[in-house]
Design a protein around this ligand. Structure first.
Ligand SMILES: Cc1cc2nc3c(=O)[nH]c(=O)nc-3n(C[C@H](O)[C@H](O)[C@H](O)COP(=O)(O)OP(=O)(O)OC[C@H]3O[C@@H](n4cnc5c(N)ncnc54)[C@H](O)[C@@H]3O)c2cc1C
Length: 441
């Protein structure tokens, strides 16, 4: 079935993937062009709701209730004058200028929506990335990933169940959590878990002592934590993790197998894991490999020019984690929320130029504003870049925490505008005073 909801002559813009980049893009395009019927903007996502991905480790640890932060695509579409189509990207017919959207089924396997084809004049692919298991045996069967809200939620539920079980049995059972990958996701998850499990134990788990019964280990193939971030951030983070939180950090240990009891590394070391969380590296979905004959790289990212247009098709843009966009010294723009946000803003301008008949779009320049690592309640450490020069500032403590939190607030601002963001911030602060400090189920 081919869908075309566009008023005659309106430019059809399809954004596939409503994440950190795609949802901001569809919202801005809808506001700018949808209201005046200058273009029909359609957002396609496999899910019905959006949650900003950098929050997933908080969902996994239980410090965030995902139900309070999820945004319904249909509501956002109505407020911002774009159309929403649920379904996973299944293919691309560049000749007919149609994206193929897979059928959607319910939990019982009953089809809700059939496979559809959606016509476009401009297509933006923004389907993000997933964790890269490097074909390591056992990861799919035995490890959790933080690729989507469901995985994060499932991990949290199983962890809470394990704590309840250990409390009831009262036999001093040890719950071990092995996190693979000492990137920002891995270290942030470790710190968040250390805190939330202690808070959880305070809600009536009298026979459960996290200090004795919880073991957290991070296993990293590289020589240090937080590869790619400045030395002082890595050193500060390592100190907090090992000296204050008692997290075991193993470096130069490449995981070669995950099994029901934990994992094994190339050096033959066995690490116990009641739970194994895989947070090492990214790659993009298989559907991108040879999508309509577009160029992709070894991790299936779509290769784009500095304008963010696909190398083989000027009508197709890619943004966010799924785009291999040139940056500097032969490197690509890093897969981060701030890149996805910047790319979305850039593509809005590029599409405005297209609609005004002013090709070609200007090149996109990634602006690195620095990196922050949140160690939950314990510390936030990072480095920020100067706004005027490329000077770098070390930040730590509450200033760093404030900037870290403001990144999510910026996303909410981009989606809802300043006043709604301000109200949302205030209402969340009030709720935090009356709700339990962690999610208990
Ligand atoms: C736990 C965690 C913590 C992180 N912390 C930070 C941080 O502190 N700072 C930072 O800058 N970055 C962080 N990141 C990275 C950041 O989340 C990503 O770089 C960013 O979300 C990328 O945005 P995106 O729009 O490309 O993709 P996403 O935000 O991942 O969105 C992709 C969207 O596409 C949809 N989708 C996927 N496949 C399909 C398909 N086949 N068809 C249709 N729709 C599809 C998904 O449902 C999703 O809505 C973190 C990531 C994780 C996992």
């Amino acid at each position: 079935m081919t869908l075309s909801l566009a008023p005659a002559g309106a430019h059809r813009i399809v954004v596939v993937g409503g994440g950190a980049g795609g949802l901001e893009l569809a919202t801005k395009l809808g506001d700018k062009f949808g209201r005046k019927d200058r273009a029909l903007v359609t957002l396609v996502d496999r899910s019905r709701t959006h949650l900003w991905k950098p929050l997933l480790h908080e969902v996994a640890a239980g410090s965030m209730n995902m139900h309070e932060h999820q945004l319904d695509y249909l509501a956002q579409a109505r407020w911002h004058r774009f159309a929403f189509a649920q379904g996973a990207l299944a293919g691309l017919d560049r000749e007919a200028r149609e994206v193929v959207v897979a059928a959607v089924a319910d939990d019982e396997g009953q089809e809700i929506l059939p496979e559809r084809r959606i016509g476009y004049d401009t297509l933006v692919v923004a389907i993000g990335s997933e964790s890269n298991d490097f074909n390591t045996p056992g990861v799919r069967e035995h490890a959790f990933t933080l690729d989507n809200t469901w995985q994060a939620h499932l991990f949290h539920r199983r962890l809470v169940n394990a704590c309840f079980r250990a409390n009831y049995a009262n036999e001093g059972e040890i719950i071990s959590i092995a996190i693979v990958g000492a990137g920002a996701t891995g270290v942030e998850l470790a710190a968040e878990l250390h805190n939330t499990i202690r808070v959880l134990a305070g809600y009536g788990l009298r026979n459960f002592d996290p200090a004795k019964q919880i073991r957290i280990a991070i296993v990293e193939a590289g020589p240090r934590v937080l590869a790619g971030l400045p030395d002082h951030v890595a050193e500060g983070t390592l100190k907090v993790l090992t000296e204050e939180l008692g997290v075991e950090v193993l470096v130069n240990e490449k995981v070669v197998e995950v099994n029901a009891g934990g994992l094994r590394t190339a050096s033959g070391r066995e690490v116990r894991g009641t739970f194994v969380v895989w947070a090492a590296g990214i790659r993009c979905a298989e559907v991108l490999k040879d999508l309509g004959g577009l160029e992709t790289n070894r991790i299936n990212q779509l290769v784009v020019k500095d304008t963010l247009q696909a190398t083989r098709d000027d009508d197709i843009f890619a943004i966010g984690d799924c785009a291999a966009a040139p940056w500097k010294e032969g490197r690509n723009v890093p897969p981060r929320a701030q890149s996805a946000h910047q790319m979305a803003s850039h593509v809005v301008k590029s599409i405005a130029r297209r609609l005004a008949g002013k090709p070609p779009p200007a090149p996109y320049r990634y602006r690195d504003f620095g990196s922050l690592v949140s160690l939950g309640n314990y510390d936030t450490i990072g480095q920020l870049m100067g706004f005027i020069s490329s000077e770098k500032f070390r930040v730590e403590g509450w200033i760093a925490r404030f900037v870290y939190i403001s990144l999510y607030r910026q996303h909410i601002w981009a989606l809802h505008g300043f006043w709604r963001m301000a109200l949302d911030t205030a209402s969340r602060w009030i709720r935090r005073q009356v709700d339990p400090k962690v999610k208990l189920h």
